[in-house]
Write a protein that binds this ligand. Structure first.
Ligand code: GLN
Length: 451
């Protein structure tokens, strides 16, 4: 009830939820009370969560923040949300996001942008919560939910977590099932939690994760108790500091935060080692070819015939065109156009194939680094949250937001954003911890030591 009241009071301003499921939440909470009364509590019994509106929830509208799915009520539950329900969670509603998770500021949502609950000191400018999981991060930061589900294709868990002063982890590709999660770029998409603390993320991830035969890329590996890994400490760990992440023109405050993080980890008994990830400079162009290519293919299914928005037309082609014209926003169209271009005959070798080769080199950089270090520390974002009116009409400036986060998706490795301090205007900044595939435990240990 306290969370629902908070949502009622603040959501009209923050717009963190597209759909509030108060009735469902009250019923689930009642069931949780009964379970606890009978001594049958589970890991998340009675814990109120926000669900990014990209996860299909049976009987509850799931929009992907797009007009094209504006009326879509899934007949089935995503594996992630089914796992959370199995463990007793309570769902408060569906969190806002960038349309089809494409964006870094939540400005592309067909349901309006999300407002970051944080403000610069002495300045009323409305700031973005980051994206694409901006509604999830804003809801947790504003205390409208104890945690939230999110997804990360190029940074959409870690960047909004950093902008909103909370923790978030993108697990190893394959750790969490993608079944029932609306697809953006299937070889990069991974779901994960955002929450106030690293340990809360650990508890949520344990519940979300696990092998699922309905996702062909789901990994059949045991899910460890991530929460107990938080307490391991970092004594004796070797932490890599990649020199290519020291960007020319990077704000002094970001560099200072990074140095602070290095000092904290050394004080806690870790050794820091300078490493090189030489193909980092190609990560953004590689990502912005691979992701739109996969998106253009995934989004072909929204044709007005099978589900979602339908605009009648003179013939089938006309119906497709009218439906897609009415249903997709500008950023989604841009991605579809880029994607179909780089996949088309004649350009495939020059762009898509080349990007795949560079992707392999980026992955190899990390494989080589793991010979020397156990985890890697970098800034999470090149800046703190920016104003709603900044960068919005410059797609390339917006894409630069993802400079520190996209390599983890291209390589498939886990990455966490940990709240690590405030800038001179009082806005939160995050540090990023990267780890080996399926070694989230070390990522949690390092994240917990920084927090
Ligand atoms: N900002 C990136 C993009 O627009 C990443 C989004 C995401 O991780 N879903 O593609």
């Amino acid at each position: 009830d306290a969370h629902l009241k908070g949502i009622e009071a603040l959501n009209p301003r923050l717009n963190a939820f597209i759909t509030v499921t108060a009735e469902v939440a009250r019923e689930q909470a009642k069931a949780a009370d009964q379970a606890l009364g009978k001594g049958e509590g589970r890991a998340l019994t009675g814990i109120p969560l926000a669900i990014k509106d990209l996860f299909c929830t049976a009987g509850t509208r799931t929009t992907a923040a797009s007009k094209i799915l504006g009326n879509f009520v899934p007949p089935y539950e995503s594996t992630v949300t089914a796992n959370l329900l199995r463990d007793g969670a309570v769902f408060l509603g569906k969190a806002n996001l960038d349309e089809f998770a494409m964006g870094s500021s939540n400005a592309t949502s067909a349901f309006g942008g999300v407002e970051n609950p944080w403000k610069r000191a002495g300045d009323d400018t409305v700031l973005v919560p980051g994206g694409s999981s901006g509604g999830s991060a804003a809801a947790v930061a504003a205390r409208l939910a104890l945690g939230a589900t999110a997804t990360d294709t190029g940074g959409s868990i870690r960047q909004p977590a950093a902008f909103c002063g909370i923790a978030g982890i993108k697990p190893t590709y394959g750790r969490v099932s993608r079944f029932g999660t609306v697809a953006f770029a299937s070889s990069l998409d991974q779901a994960g939690p955002v929450a106030r603390t690293v340990e809360d993320c650990a508890i949520l991830l344990r519940s979300m994760a696990g092998f699922d035969p309905r996702d062909a890329t789901s990994a059949d590996v045991a899910v460890p108790d991530f929460a107990s890994a938080c307490a391991r400490g970092v004594k004796g760990l070797r932490i890599g500091i990649p020199r290519e992440f020291r960007l020319p023109g990077m704000p002094a405050e970001i560099e200072a935060l990074w140095q602070q993080g290095i000092a904290w980890l050394r004080d806690a008994g870790a050794e820091t080692v300078e490493i090189s990830l030489p193909h980092t400079q190609y990560a953004l162009p590689t990502y912005y070819i691979v992701a739109p290519a996969e998106a253009s293919s995934n989004l072909a299914r929204y044709d007005g015939v099978r589900f979602g928005l339908r605009e009648e037309g003179a013939d089938l082609k006309d119906l497709y065109e009218r439906t897609r014209r009415a249903g997709f926003g500008d950023e989604v169209r841009r991605r579809i156009l880029i994607g179909t271009y780089v996949l088309s005959a004649g350009y495939y070798d020059a762009y898509y194939l080349k990007a795949q080769k560079i992707r392999a080199l980026i992955k190899r950089d990390f494989d080589e680094a793991w010979g020397k270090v156990d985890a890697i520390l970098t800034p999470a974002t090149p800046s703190a949250a920016f104003g709603r009116d900044e960068k919005q009409d410059d797609p390339v400036a917006m894409y630069l937001n993802d400079v520190f986060t996209v390599t983890a998706n291209l390589a498939g490795i886990p990455g966490m954003s940990v709240p690590a301090g405030l800038d001179s205007k009082g806005l939160p900044l995050g540090l990023q911890v990267l780890g080996k595939s399926f070694d989230e435990e070390t990522v949690f240990a390092v994240g917990h030591a920084i927090e």
